[in-house]
Design a binder for this molecule. Structure first.
Ligand SMILES: [Zn+2]
Length: 236
């Protein structure tokens, strides 16, 4: 039995013939069996994956929203929306009216709508989905800066990311400033994404009919009907 060792992990005997290089047995360090080695490697891979997901979560979602306590009484009130959003995410088919490509939550400031979205994003990241988080301020900054020398590449990088992301969050979309460039940018984004069946989660303090007020009506309706027509909308 001298070619066998007792695995320090599962206590089973396993075959481990010594291999001598000079006086030294280079198999000496082997203390666990093949099965346990494979198991341990899988565990290491998993924890590496968890680590990557944790940093993705931290890079994607703003800190304040990451700290959301879903057991808080305020969050409890929005639990029905939380559940509806989970249902929408799981329902992969986006053909019918029950599951349009976008999911919007409209509610006043402090109504936990971004927190509900953040929790959904957390689950998406755990499931290995790729999510890009944006908001009205960042989006319109990029629309404006894409033609400048100084910020061009940064702006274009973000605009490309929001266009192609399998899952996009557009937080506070109703706060987009009323300008033709921004309305056009929004329309182009929504058109590309809906045509490619990419999914977006959005929040707004304003109702759809209150958005982009002041822009020439045809332009405005084009963007807003793209948004409303392709979204499941819940008002808090
Ligand atoms: Zn073992």
């Amino acid at each position: 039995m001298k070619d066998h060792k007792k695995c320090t992990r599962c206590n089973e005997l396993f075959l481990c013939e010594p291999i001598f290089v000079g006086d030294e047995d280079i198999m000496q360090h082997v203390t666990i069996c093949d099965v346990c080695t494979a198991y341990r490697e899988a565990e290491r891979e998993k924890s590496k994956g968890d680590q990557i997901k944790k940093s993705t979560w931290e890079d994607t979602v703003p800190l304040e929203l990451r700290l959301t306590d879903i057991n808080h009484k305020d969050y409890y009130k929005v639990m029905p929306i939380h559940n509806e959003l989970q249902r929408w995410i799981k329902h992969r088919s986006i053909d019918d009216k029950k599951n349009r490509p976008n999911f919007g939550i409209i509610g006043t400031h402090g109504s936990c709508k971004s927190r509900v979205i953040a929790r959904a994003v957390r689950q998406l990241i755990i499931d290995g989905e790729r999510v890009v988080w944006s908001d009205s301020t960042k989006f319109q900054w990029c629309i404006r800066k894409q033609y400048t020398t100084e910020y061009k590449s940064e702006a274009l990088r973000h605009l490309k990311a929001v266009r192609h992301a399998p899952w996009l969050v557009m937080d506070d979309i109703g706060a987009l400033k009323s300008s033709e460039a921004i309305s056009d940018g929004l329309y182009s984004l929504l058109k590309y994404r809906t045509e490619n069946r990419l999914r977006m989660l959005w929040t707004s303090n304003e109702k759809v009919e209150e958005m982009l007020v002041g822009i020439e009506n045809n332009e405005r309706m084009r963007s807003l009907s793209r948004l409303a027509g392709y979204s499941n909308i819940i008002t808090i």
